[in-house]
Design a protein around this ligand. Sequence first.
Ligand SMILES: [Zn+2]
Length: 109
Amino acid sequence: MALTDCPACGKKISDKSSVCPHCDFGVGDASAEDILRKQNLQRYKKKQSIQNQSLMAVLLFVTGFGLLYWGRPAPGDTQFNIAILTAIVGFMWYVVNRVRLVIIKRFSS
Ligand SMILES: [Zn+2]
């Protein structure tokens, strides 16, 4: 039994199975056009999800920054540390999402 990539979701499936166990995609009876359409839909959904995550990351960053700016906690305070951590996590999350978007765009063209 060999493993192959599901044309729709890209996960590993057995080449003997006619339906992908991950996304219920009918591998056996799919035409090339079906596969392409499904792939585009999958990519679109992924892009939407990453864009939503980017937005949340920005909100997180702004929240952390806002806590620092308006809360004016003293350095060393728990609140200060939380604010810094929130801003850093938000920023890094945003960068990660940007990179993922660039990767998806590169592979789709
Ligand atoms: Zn699948």
